[in-house]
Structures are given as C-alpha cells and as structure tokens.
Write a protein that binds this ligand. Structure first.
Ligand SMILES: *Cc1c(COP(=O)(O)O)cnc(C)c1O
Length: 368
C-alpha cells in the first residue's frame, strides 16, 4: 500500500473481487447475484466499484434512489438496476434510463402504472416489495387482490420479481422471527404466482441473510456490506477483506503539560505530561463527534492512539504519548489494521454508518 501525504480513502478493487468470490461461493450456481451499490457503493466509489462488479459478472445492481441509478447508467453500466425506494417525481427519469422500480405500496403502484401508461410502455420491468415483518416499506399480504385489480387487462407492467427484506438476519436470537418472515414470503410468492399466471423470481436475503439462512436464497441474493468486506460477524469478517482504508497523516505534534486542555470546550484535560498529534480529518469528513473523547483509537504503525477531546470539523487530536512518530507520518483510521466494524462499535454505531458517512471531501484512491 502506498504511503499517503494527505487524508485519503483507498479503495482496493482486488479486495472487492475477493469478497465477491467469497459470497458467490455461498450460493448455488443458478442463483443470481445482485450487488447493492447504494450510497456511493457504501461510501466507497460508485463508478469504479460498479464497473469492476459488472466485469466480475454480477447479474443485477440495486440502488436506493433514482439518481443513483442514473449515475450508474452515466458510467456506462448496462445490466439491470433495481431502484429500491423510488419517488413518483422521478418516474419519468427512471423510465428514460431503463431503471427498474421497486413498487412497495398501493399509491406507488397506481402512480407508476399511470406513468408507464402515459409513456406508452409495454411490459415495463418492475419489482414488488412485500412487508413480512420489518414494517418499513412494502405491500402487505392482503394487498395481492388490489395489485391484481391494477394489473388486470393491462400490459404496461411486467412483474420481474417479488422480494422482501429481513429485519434481523444478523441476529441468531431472532431465528424464529426470521424463519417466520421467510415462510410468509414463500406463501405470498405462491399467491402472486396464482394471481399472475407466471412466476416472477424471488429474493429475500441480504449479506447476513445469505450467511445465516442460505436455504432461503430463492432465485437471487442482494449483497451490500459483504462486498465491502464486513459480515456483521467475526468469523465471516475473517474471510472478507476491507475494500476501504481510511488514512491520514500527522499535521502537528504538541507537548502538553499537566492540567492543560486540548480542543474545543476544553473537553480533554491532561493529568500528566502528554504528547498529542493533530490530524487533518474531522466530522466534515465523516468522523462524527461520537468518535471523540477517548472512545476509539487510530493506528500509527502497530501502535494505538486514542482520539482525545471533541472531534472538530476539520481535525481530530490523538494522544501519542509513548509512540515513536513524527509530523508527516501516516495514521490509519480504519482498514486492515483496525476494521471499520470495530471502530464503529467502539462509538456505539455500525460499519454501515461509518462507511457511508465518509464525505466527498476525502479523495478516493483506486487500487487495481
Ligand atoms: C441495503 C439493502 C440490502 C443490502 O444489505 P446488506 O446488509 O448491506 O447486505 C439488501 N436489501 C435491501 C432492501 C436493502 O435496503
């Protein structure tokens, strides 16, 4: 890995390939693979990550919003793209760019049907999202009759797939709840097949779902976090490689006397002589205030230095007492040395939040 001379997020496409191959090895050859690249490919780099995944042979992409799908088309992506949470204001754009909407409520179905009709679409590919217990987005089982009513005697829409989302796929204590979600989904699938007279493909698993409930892979799996190197489980994490490494450098070193304070609101007070370092990364780069005040550490070589005091907008301060280092030396925030999962957990959050928060100000360096 090259040494850095400023704050950067390195994106390792070989790690991405490794993770993709690992996840693929967990599914049957005929099961399709949907790569979830919403939120700038989990805070990494949409274009480079998506092009690499398309080249590796993923079958589908998923994004949250229409404009994320447009960015993929602009980058030259040609495979199907599912938009998980489209809004009616963007339906025209969605159709113009051949994106496939998740239709998740009676209102959204009616409005999309109207848009497809107005644009003279035939058999436009759409996906029906069903709620089986997450209670976030989705039709309820008893909406099947309503859906039938809308689709009756019309050929604007073609139901490509039906899907649902697990509420606690990473939590083995919720095995019974999850199994019930899967059972309910199966039953809905049969009702939909009967209603349509054909069988859309089915999917319910995210990364942790695939790891813990591989028997429920149906026709496709939707993996996000696993591709980026995190599996919500220490044994899975060992098999995966972090795609992103967030690194920075030491801008300045200070010697702090006992009873002096460091940073805003004097939140850190030194009890002894201390050596501190100031780093050019702050909450505007995605390291939020909750990472401050001794809760987490960063890595200098193989040494751990805690973040002290309040995180500033553009800087953090760390305690380097006893660590042999100089101004200009490299500091790793997360990566191989310390996983984003560990760092996030120390600040009472999750890898997903930490990764997707790394802001546009941090340059992305692509390692091929
Ligand atoms: C984000 C998302 C996923 C991906 O989940 P991971 O835990 O990152 O694998 C899958 N399905 C839906 C509906 C999602 O919103």
């Amino acid at each position: 890995m090259p040494k850095t001379s400023e704050t950067v997020l390195e994106i390792d496409l070989r790690a991405l390939e490794h993770n993709y191959n690992y996840l693929r090895s967990k599914i049957k050859p005929e099961t399709k693979f949907m790569a979830v690249v919403k939120a700038f490919a989990y805070g990494s780099d949409t274009v480079n990550v998506a092009l690499k995944l398309e080249q590796l042979g993923v079958d589908y992409f998923a994004v949250a919003y229409v404009k994320e799908g447009v960015a993929l088309r602009d980058a030259g992506i040609t495979i199907p793209i599912l938009v998980l949470h489209p809004q009616p204001v963007n339906f025209e754009l969605l159709i113009a760019r051949c994106l496939e909407p998740s239709l998740y409520s009676p209102k959204i179905l009616r409005e999309f049907h109207r848009a497809a009709n107005a644009l003279q679409q035939e058999n436009y590919p759409v996906h029906l999202k069903f709620n089986t217990g997450l209670n976030r987005l989705g039709f309820w089982e008893n909406d099947v009759a309503f859906i039938k009513g809308v689709l009756k005697n019309s050929n604007e829409l073609k139901i490509v797939s039906i899907f649902s989302h697990l509420a606690a796929s990473e939590d083995k204590a919720e095995l019974e709840f999850t199994t019930t979600q899967i059972k309910t989904f199966k039953k809905i699938g049969e009702e939909v097949d009967n209603m349509l007279g054909y069988s859309p493909f089915r999917h319910i698993l995210n990364t942790s779902g695939l790891i813990n409930y591989p028997e429920a892979q149906f026709d496709l799996v939707r993996c996000g976090i696993g591709l980026y190197g995190y599996g919500n489980d220490p044994t899975v994490d060992k098999e995966l490689k972090p795609v992103g490494t967030l690194k920075t450098i030491i801008s300045q070193i200070h010697k702090i006397e006992p009873n002096e304070s460091v940073g805003y609101n004097r939140a850190y007070k030194a009890d002894h002589f201390r050596k501190t370092a100031t780093l050019p990364i702050g909450h505007a780069d995605g390291i939020g205030r909750h990472y401050g005040n001794g809760k987490v550490y960063v890595c200098i070589g193989n040494k751990k230095a805690p973040i002290i005091g309040n995180v500033c907008m553009d800087m953090i301060m760390i305690d380097i007492t006893g660590i042999d280092c100089r101004e200009g030396d490299e500091v790793i925030i997360f990566g191989q040395e310390q996983s984003a999962e560990t760092l996030a957990a120390s600040a009472s959050t999750i890898s997903y939040e930490l990764l997707t928060a790394i802001s546009a100000r941090v340059p992305r360096i692509i390692l091929e």
